[in-house]
Write a protein that binds this ligand. Sequence first.
Ligand code: SF4
Length: 397
Amino acid sequence: MAYGSARAFASAFRAIGLEAEPTPPSDNRTRELGAKYTSGDECYPAKVTVGDFMKVLERPETDPERVALFMPTAQGPCRFGQYAPYLRQVLDASGYANVEILSPTSQNAYDGLGTLAKPFVRTGWRALLCADLLEKLLLMNRPYEERRGDAEAEYEESLADLCATLETTSAEPGAQLKALREAMVRSRDRFRKMSGRRDGRQPLIGIVGEIFCRLNTFSNENLVVCLEQYGAEAWVSDIVEWIWYTNSEHFRKLKLEGRLWTAEALGAWVRKRVQKHDEHVLSEPFAEDFRGREEPDIYEVLECARPYLPREGAFGEMVLNVGKIVYLAKKGAAGIIDISPFTCMNGIVCEAIYPRISRDLGGIPIRNFYFDGTQGDLDRDLGVYMELARSYQKNKK
Ligand code: SF4
């Protein structure tokens, strides 16, 4: 998750009475431990997450008997489904057999949280929605701030406000939603007070890619900030996109199996309605602020992907990346960057398709940036890329 999402998600756990915290910021120790406990064949996010978890466990104050690590899982074409079983293996082999792994699955839209599910799922969903909204505010304002650090300061204050609201408000759905909406309005107003110099000339760069690497600034070497230093504004695909996608996959499978008229399908339909309602209530205060930057419905993304990767034949992030690129181009993006871990199966499939999408979209520059924790000259590569994006933007006009 992104930094803000992880903090808000931990607050959602605390809201239902569980002690929870995000893993501390990744650093060199993360890399050392990741390298120690993985073989080198795993994807980079596996190395970073294992490293971060082992860092928590090696802290003298950690009592392994009281620790559960949150690592969701998913069915799909790539290796993500192996992360939780692999982590289990690492823990067992390293003397941490008593450490639990909490691992809900995307197959049933993360319904498998057991008795925790009922109070947690709605609070967790709202936490992620709000964290995405704050992240969007940050990305839309930071490139235009007059004093460096202003947008970050507003963001930190808003995030702290969100976490405190989650933790101190009753988990009763109506009261919670009202309090969260008020927190969102306060955040919106904080950012509205910022003076900016948005003049429409800054190229808008869409960011897609592998979910962890795209959102985890340590893993992607803070690519977005670097991009902003070149005068760009970034539009990063958010985390709830994935949740909408897993919901839509759940419905697709129910339909395929002829189970659309079952209690399970009815439950999924009710959950979707509730989630849509929450999304509407929480995002509505930003209607003005996000004009032109509206997040698409997941079915629109999937339809945009259809000519290249129909959802019935391809799964996961590759479909979302392809569809989102088409959508972002329609919304005026001057370029697209795909952030993926080195050897990422989704990234490789997408890279093969991007030239055709670029051609179909009038030559929009689409570039993959792969990360594996080794040094590259990101700054130089982004500088070259931004020249392409500026030239595309100029010619497009
Ligand atoms: S999406 Fe890519 S990096 Fe992530 S688990 Fe799958 S193959 Fe690995």
